[in-house]
Every structure is written in structure tokens, then in C-alpha cells.
Design a binder for this molecule. Structure first.
Ligand SMILES: Cc1ncc(COP(=O)(O)OP(=O)(O)O)c(N)n1
Ligand SMILES: Cc1nc(C(=O)O)sc1CCOP(=O)(O)O
Ligand SMILES: [Mg+2]
Length: 212
């Protein structure tokens, strides 16, 4: 089984002043494949300003910058793609709008939703929540069997999300998740975001070595 796995970093629910520097410190601390801007309660103008402030921090480091929920705004604002949930509009229309840009789709704990996402041309499917999380109220619970099945059957990468930490990520890596999406494990790490990234990266490396 291919056990290469990378970090997928999602912004905190609220951005404090100085957040671009925190993002830069996180990205400079280790290997992050992508950053998703996720501001659920912010007005559209504030989201646009956040894209303007954060997109260059990621893209200048060759880290893809994705926008949550809104494929049209992702295109307008120069993002590398969008992440859409099951209630975030027409996935096929978003695929057309995004062109070569990345489209990620939430599939909860459902094989059926994941296959549908594959059919509309998603670049990755996201499964979760794997663990309890304080970042978002979740109603779906995913297990490692889903990651194992998906990685054995399909070529499209999977993203695991929900309560993931350095302490609990090993089974997800060994089950074939290509990306681990995290919020709290980085932004709420007691020693700061750089330590959060380093600790997760070390845990992924250890789990990958176990599986090899
Ligand atoms: C990588 C990743 N996976 C899942 C989600 C959740 O998306 P969604 O179900 O649309 O919920 P919100 O994030 O919009 O609250 C995600 N954002 N990113
Ligand atoms: C945004 C999001 N989506 C989830 C899902 O299950 O679809 S769980 C989640 C929150 C992830 O944050 P943390 O790493 O702090 O648990
Ligand atoms: Mg959404």
C-alpha cells in the first residue's frame, strides 16, 4: 500500500490580526500540500480580503491555496481551487467553472457520495469526521475501513478530516489517506503552529515507516 501522506492545513474559524505571519510560520515549519481558507461566518468582502492577504503567503511557497464553499469566488480571486460540501452548490457546474483548478468534495462517511464525486471529476474526496472535534459540529463518523477500501479501489486521493492529531493519525496514514486535514492540531498547539506542523509531520513519518 502506498503510504505517502501529506498535511492539508485549514485556517482557524476566525482570523486574528497577524494571522498571515502565523500562516507563514506554519508553512515554513514543514511539508504542507495545501491551505484552505475556511471562514464560515464572515461577509464576502472579508473573505476576499483574507484571500488577498493569505493567498500570496501560500502560493509564494508553492503551497496550493483553496477556498471553502465558493467555486466562483475561488476563480475570481485567483485561488488554486475550491473545497465544496454536499450543500455547496452544483458540483458538476463547479467542475466546469474551476477548469484545471482543484475541486475537493466532502463525502462524509459515504462510499456512494465518494463515487459520485469521482464521477463529476473531483480531484480529491474528503472523508470524516474520524474523531471528535471542537472546530465544527459533525454528524457523520468515518472509519479507517472507508480509507482502506477507497485507496484500494480508486486512484483519486482521499483527505481525512475531523479531530486529527499527532497522537491519533497513525491508523489513518496506514489506512491509505493521502492527506490529513487539520485545524486545531496546528492552530491550538500549545507550543505554536510551527510545533503543530512538526509534530504532525513526525507522526506521519513514523506511521509511514511502520506501514512500509
Ligand atoms: C478538506 C475538507 N474536508 C471537509 C470539509 C467540510 O466541508 P463541508 O461539509 O462543506 O463543511 P464546511 O467546512 O463548509 O463547514 C472541509 N471544509 N474541508
Ligand atoms: C471543517 C471540518 N469538516 C469536518 C467533516 O467531518 O467534514 S470536521 C471539520 C473540522 C476539522 O477541524 P479539526 O482538525 O480542528 O478537528
Ligand atoms: Mg462547505
Amino acid at each position: 500500500m502506498d503510504t505517502r501522506c501529506r498535511l492539508y492545513l485549514i485556517t482557524p474559524p476566525v482570523l486574528e490580526p497577524g494571522f498571515p505571519d502565523r500562516l507563514a510560520r506554519a508553512l515554513d515549519a514543514g511539508d504542507v500540500a495545501c491551505v484552505q481558507l475556511r471562514l464560515k461566518d464572515a461577509p464576502r468582502d472579508a473573505i476576499r480580503r483574507a484571500v488577498d492577504a493569505l493567498r500570496p503567503v501560500a502560493q509564494s511557497r508553492d503551497v496550493a491555496f483553496l477556498l471553502n464553499d465558493d467555486a466562483a469566488m475561488a476563480v475570481e480571486t485567483g485561488c488554486d481551487g475550491a473545497h465544496l460540501g454536499q450543500g455547496d452548490g452544483d458540483h458538476a457546474a463547479a467542475r466546469r467553472l474551476l477548469g484545471e483548478r482543484t475541486l475537493g468534495i466532502t463525502c462524509h462517511a459515504s462510499r456512494h457520495l465518494a463515487m459520485e464525486a469521482g464521477e463529476v471529476g473531483a480531484d480529491y474526496v474528503a472523508f470524516g469526521a474520524f474523531f471528535p472535534t471542537a472546530t465544527k459540529e459533525t454528524v457523520h463518523a468515518a472509519g479507517t475501513d472507508l480509507l482502506e477500501w477507497w485507496s484500494e479501489m480508486m486512484e483519486i486521493p482521499s483527505v481525512a478530516i475531523g479531530g486529527i492529531t499527532a497522537a491519533n493519525c497513525g491508523p489513518l496514514v496506514r489506512a491509505g489517506a493521502e492527506f490529513l486535514a487539520v485545524v486545531g492540531a496546528v492552530w491550538n498547539h500549545p507550543e505554536g503552529e510551527a510545533a503543530g506542523i512538526r509534530t504532525l509531520e513526525a507522526a506521519i513519518r513514523e506511521a509511514s515507516a511502520d506501514a512500509a
